[in-house]
Ligand binder design. Structure first.
Ligand SMILES: Nc1ncnc2c1ncn2[C@@H]1O[C@H](COP(=O)(O)OP(=O)(O)O)[C@@H](O)[C@H]1O
Ligand SMILES: [Mg+2]
Length: 218
């Protein structure tokens, strides 16, 4: 559903080169690597937010609204409620409501389900700026769940979460990937976690993206 050939990413110079990446339905791909090495730049390029530095990037089967991006800096509307922020995801979806359900009704349901799945039911009407860092991350994840994308690109979205919340957030994403046949590409600074949750782990090093086997150390 997402393919790159000889893709280089970067701003004024290439940070990571010759990326040949195939993302298939059901994939959970972890990208690890040192800080400042270009992981976020890879994700932003895959999301279409910055142009490829060189080479090609193809989103097949992915229409508008079918790609969900969870940025490292969350981009939430801070003065607005959790509900408002999550509803923005529901609004961006490419999906159609089931027969017999009005669009409005369905989006309200999808929003509520995503909020519940992220354990934020009690915070529904709370302005985002009053939430903890972890709760804000869960709000951003709920926004993406409500969008029901085919591909989720998530940048260190488990940061600031305690172990229990990591399980909850990852469990919800896992279900979405399995039920919808979607895919997840996640930048993860915690290497052990990447191996635990991902079906494939890639490491950025020396300007290249290398496959890593489970258990392989630094
Ligand atoms: N908008 C930008 N313009 C130019 N350089 C940038 C920009 N954003 C990030 N960089 C630089 O690109 C490099 C890689 O950054 P980034 O992809 O965020 O790394 P990582 O996510 O692996 O920590 C850094 O040196 C950073 O300063
Ligand atoms: Mg980063």
């Amino acid at each position: 559903m997402l393919f790159t050939r000889g893709l280089s990413v970067g701003y004024d110079h290439a940070l990571v080169s010759n990326i040949d990446l195939d993302v298939f339905p059901g994939d959970i791909i972890g990208i690890i690597g040192a800080s400042g090495i270009g992981k976020t730049t890879i994700l932003r390029t895959l999301a279409g937010l910055i142009p490829p530095f060189r080479g090609s990037l193809e989103h097949s089967l992915v229409k508008n609204g079918e790609l969900g991006y969870i940025p490292q800096r969350l981009g939430l509307v801070r003065h607005a409620s959790v509900e408002h922020n999550v509803a923005l995801g529901a609004r961006a979806t490419a999906r159609k409501p089931p027969a017999g359900t009005s669009n409005r009704q369905w989006k309200a349901t999808v929003t509520r389900e995503a909020i519940n799945a992220m354990g934020l039911t009690e915070k529904t009407r709370e302005p985002v700026r009053r939430l903890s860092g972890g709760q804000q991350r869960r709000t951003a994840t709920a926004r993406t769940l409500a969008q029901r994308p085919r591909i989720i690109l998530a940048d260190e979205f488990l940061s600031e979460l305690d172990a229990e919340n990591v399980e909850m957030v990852f469990g919800a994403i896992h279900r979405l990937v399995k039920e919808d046949g979607s895919a997840l590409v996640v930048v993860e600074h915690n290497v052990e976690r990447a191996f635990r949750y991902c079906t494939r782990v890639l490491r950025v090093r020396d300007g290249r993206l290398h496959p890593v086997q489970g258990g392989e150390s630094e």
